[in-house]
Design a protein around this ligand. Structure first.
Ligand code: LLP
Length: 391
């Protein structure tokens, strides 16, 4: 499929900036994802985009949800994700979030510390229920991605250090209100080379063997052999920000092939993953209007009405989003710094960028903005939140 055509007449009647979601791209992405992920439980990472129509469409495709707050669990339940397909991660879950998730009967908590394990157990016990848990292990595998979106190194705050894993598993079996399901991992985001995932698979094989060699004692004093029934490899599959038109669908085939080839799964073990960006990035675009074309001494600035509060990825991570002039696509190209109106020098979308010459009033599209775009918007400078339009 080739993407990149926009209903400009419709856009011209609307107040900018706003996110535009092309549902045909989302449907096609979900079709390929489902075809490639047979027998693997995919949970959509709600943090990437929680817009209602996106969530309900993904829920209807039969995919589960990966949540990192009580608010996300609530949004997932309301969008129609079955509770038994919801997993709840997050480095510090508040008591009220744990209670709410238990009330909803979610599939499992991805537990990030021994301390949190005790609190979940106490709350579940007080509620007269049992919390199903996977332990999130920090596997010390380098994702080779931006340092702000790397999560699987020992120096990161996420997960239980490998050195404490056997203690944590032993504790799970001992606690009365906790049921140990397996292990959870997430090494980082926007990973386009499959090698870090292969390294993760190898590490998981070692850790599963270590855990399953443990003999534990349950709350009644009975001896039980530790068993890893569920393995959750997290998310992280990247997309091609440079080529949204020609490669709108991520390489799900290569991603799932890694797990099928490199993880030593028994038939009774279930594989889970938590993809966010790869499901929604390419269906979303930020539509903005040029307010001024300003001549600087050495450069010219296209100042648009979207700012870093609407799309923070370039300012926060130096991320690239392709920008297109959809009002005058055939103009000869010129060089611009495309910047926003927010009072911060970092409110820059792209520098020294070649684009069809723009004039005041032109509509520009910032591509591949469906993931971590609208969900990360803020009201900084007391600007309004961007809002969205669905195709
Ligand atoms: N699972 C866990 C535990 C996570 O922390 C994340 C993302 C995911 C799954 C989904 O990862 P994905 O498939 O989307 O890579 N705001 C940053 C990305 C932060 C990712 C945080 N965790 C960005 O705009 O690049």
């Amino acid at each position: 499929m080739i993407t990149g055509s926009f209903p400009i007449e419709r856009f011209n009647r609307l107040d900018t900036p706003f996110y535009y979601y092309d549902m045909s791209v989302l449907h096609e992405t979900l079709r390929v994802l489902r075809a490639e992920s047979a027998n693997i439980h995919v949970h959509y990472a709600v943090k990437a985009c929680a817009t209602d129509a996106i969530l309900t469409t993904i829920a209807q495709a039969g995919i589960g949800a990966d949540c990192v707050s009580g608010g996300e669990v609530k949004a997932a339940v309301e969008a129609g994700f079955p509770a038994d397909k919801i997993v709840f991660a997050g480095v510090a879950k508040a008591d009220k979030e744990i209670r709410y998730a238990l009330e909803q009967g979610i599939f499992c908590f991805n537990v990030e510390s021994m301390e949190e394990l005790e609190v979940i157990s106490q709350i579940a016990s007080a509620m007269g229920t049992t919390a199903r848990v996977c332990l999130r292990v920090n596997p010390n595998v380098d994702a080779h991605t931006h340092d702000k979106i790397t999560t699987g190194l020992s120096e990161n705050k996420f997960g239980i250090p490998m050195a404490f894993l056997t203690d944590a598993v032993t504790r799970c079996y001992r606690l009365p209100a906790v049921s140990f399901l397996g292990l959870h991992f997430h090494i980082g985001s926007q990973i386009t080379d499959m090698t870090p995932f292969v390294h993760l698979a190898q590490r998981i094989n070692e850790l599963v063997a270590t855990v399953e060699s443990l003999t534990c004692t349950d709350e009644h004093g009975h001896t039980v052999q530790a068993c890893v029934q569920h393995i959750n490899v997290g998310g992280g599959l990247g997309i091609l920000y440079e080529h949204p038109n020609h490669f709108p669908i991520p390489d799900f085939k290569a991603y799932f092939a890694v797990w099928r080839e490199h993880l030593h799964l028994r038939p009774d073990q279930q594989l889970h993953c938590e993809l966010g960006r790869s499901i929604v990035a390419q269906c979303g675009n930020l539509i903005t209007r040029v307010l001024y074309v300003k001549k600087g001494e050495n450069k010219q600035f296209a100042i648009v009405d979207a700012g870093m509060n609407d799309l923070i990825r370039p300012a926060l991570y130096g991320a690239f989003h392709r920008v297109e002039n959809i009002s005058h696509p055939d103009n000869e190209e010129q060089l611009y710094d495309i910047v926003g109106p927010v009072c911060e020098s970092s409110d820059v979308f792209v520098e020294n960028y070649r684009i069809a010459a723009v004039q005041r009033g032109d509509l520009l599209v910032m591509r591949s903005a469906g993931a971590y775009g609208e969900t990360m918007a803020s009201r900084y400078n007391l600007r309004r939140l961007p809002g969205h339009v669905i195709s």
